[in-house]
Design a binder for this molecule. Sequence first.
Ligand code: ZN
Ligand code: ZN
Length: 180
Amino acid sequence: MSGEKIKDSEEQVKKGNTEKEKYIRPTWDEYFMEVSRTIAKRATCDRGRSGCVIAKNKQLLVTGYVGSPIGMPHCDDVGHLMKKVIHDDDSISQHCVRTVHAEQNAICQAAKLGVPIEGATLYCKMTPCRVCAMLIINSGIKRVVCEKKYHKAEETEKMFLKAGTELDYFDESIEKYENM
Ligand SMILES: [Zn+2]
Ligand SMILES: [Zn+2]
């Protein structure tokens, strides 16, 4: 009799397991992007609170977020430091230049700690700017994964294409900043 009961409860467990929705693990790209979203929360410039993760062989190597150089005031405390950039087509855009970008800070952390990042993948919020793109190329980073596309992404996309740096987007929608 007790044997019957055990059998019943075993079947119950089996049934329960198959009826439960199967847990879907995040992909490695999703995993590192999720980490970079958390890191972004430490950012100190609200024009683009972004974070960055550099990973290789499924392992996280270094991280960075957008913020002023160590010891210097933050945008969140003293406001942005805006500079105008005049483009070839005479259009003018405005950028906050107070901060070291998330990608740059991750590369700095690698230099500081002596972590080789050649052949690594970089995860970030949106298409890196021109300066970040140049640093990424020269660091030997081979793949860049962005959550979104920056509205002025063309220059970086062209450089990555020429340098052979793979560029992937999570979401093809375009991120626009106010007061450009
Ligand atoms: Zn700022
Ligand atoms: Zn940048």
